[in-house]
Design a protein around this ligand. Structure first.
Ligand SMILES: NC(=O)c1ccc[n+]([C@@H]2O[C@H](COP(=O)([O-])OP(=O)(O)OC[C@H]3O[C@@H](n4cnc5c(N)ncnc54)[C@H](OP(=O)(O)O)[C@@H]3O)[C@@H](O)[C@H]2O)c1
Length: 324
């Protein structure tokens, strides 16, 4: 089968190589899946660079979530067992963690319903306890994780402010249903939030970016607000001033969604049920901006790493890419 592999960590476009390799053999408690679609996540770039919290043995195949088909013909959503990630024709995955892919979504959308939406759900509901009528600010609102949080925030009855980098992303955030969109490249985030909320600030911040985004969040979070720390796509891990959190009465909440797989797997299943229901109602729908063939996977991972994409880029092996 064909699979992209990283032999030496580096920038995705150089580090990932498309190779002919044997199909992976399922280990104890695992099944083999045919990959129908593999969604590109920012952590794939971190994996390729050797900067992710998990470092699979070299060589490895990136690709952390897929929609696949079991050998008995079921369409499922899965997190492949690294080092055999999703940018390949076949993967192995733990049998007990397979989730049914909803019929209302195609393969690419189903592949993108998992990590981003589960992270959004756990961040907004379990960690921040977002309530209807509250104001939610989402950084990188047109991105993968961000677009999911915008849809989930609207579905929960919140007023949603989306912060994005650039005009094209601003249009995407508007189409997603943001009540206010702030272009961080042209506008002052704190001033715009204060103006929009009558000086009060926002109740919940969902932050996959860190760095300057975190600094702005601390300045415009409301009394008893909650900042959910989701990621550091901007490259800088913020060092928050705890005296500031004390004087303004806000909470800083860490979120590592992957931990729930071992700490509370039943909650992941329950969340999936909610997501399938919301998808069936049309309240959420993964924003798949591009479906690309397998031979374009490295380029797709690089573009996500560069921060230039909107929504999700999904690798679909059945698409014919030709020679690239
Ligand atoms: N905590 C968890 O459990 C968990 C789970 C899944 C993902 N994550 C994290 O969530 C973050 C987003 O992941 P994603 O897959 O959804 O990616 P993404 O949002 O599609 O891409 C990252 C976005 O971050 C913004 N950004 C700002 N500065 C950037 C820079 N210097 N380089 C690249 N991007 C920059 C860009 O949006 P703008 O230009 O609009 O600002 C960019 O589109 C990642 O940090 C990832 O590790 C965390």
């Amino acid at each position: 089968m064909q699979a992209w592999r990283v032999h030496t960590p580096g920038e995705p476009r150089e580090a990932m190589r498309l190779e002919e390799v044997p199909q992976p053999v399922p280990g104890e408690g695992e099944v083999r899946l045919k990959v129908l679609a593999a969604n590109v996540n920012f952590p794939d770039a971190l994996l390729a660079r050797g900067q992710y919290q998990i470092r699979p043995p070299l060589p490895f195949t990136p690709g952390v979530e897929i929609c696949g088909e079991t050998e008995d013909g079921r369409r499922v959503i899965a997190n492949p067992s690294l080092p055999y990630g999703g940018f390949a024709e076949y993967v192995t995955a733990p049998a007990r963690a397979l989730l049914p892919a909803p019929d209302t979504l195609d393969d690419a959308e189903a592949a993108a319903l998992h990590i981003g939406y589960q992270t959004g759900w756990f961040g907004l509901h379990r960690r921040a306890r977002l309530r209807s009528g509250e104001t939610l600010l989402v950084h990188a609102a047109a991105g993968g994780v961000g677009s999911a949080a915008v849809q989930l925030g609207k579905a929960a009855g919140a007023t949603v402010i989306g912060v994005v980098g650039g005009k094209a992303k601003a249009r995407t955030a508007e189409e997603l249903g943001c009540d206010l969109v702030i272009d961080r490249t042209a506008e002052d985030i704190v001033a715009r939030v204060k103006e929009f909320t009558g000086g009060r600030g926002v109740d919940v911040v969902y932050d996959p970016v860190g760095g300057d985004a975190y600094t702005a969040s601390a300045k415009c979070v409301a009394f008893e607000g909650r900042i959910v720390v989701v990621g550091f796509a901007g490259g800088t891990v913020p060092a928050p001033a705890l005296n500031h959190a004390l004087v303004k009465n806000y909470a800083i909440l860490g979120l590592h969604w992957g931990l729930y797989a071992t700490k509370d797997p039943a909650a992941i299943l329950a969340c999936h049920g909610e997501l399938v229901r919301l998808a069936a109602e049309g309240a959420v729908r993964p924003l798949v901006s591009e479906r690309v063939p397998l031979d374009a996977a490295a380029d797709a991972v690089q573009r996500v790493a560069d921060g230039t994409t909107t929504g999700r880029l999904v690798v679909v092996p059945s698409l014919d890419g030709g020679a690239r």
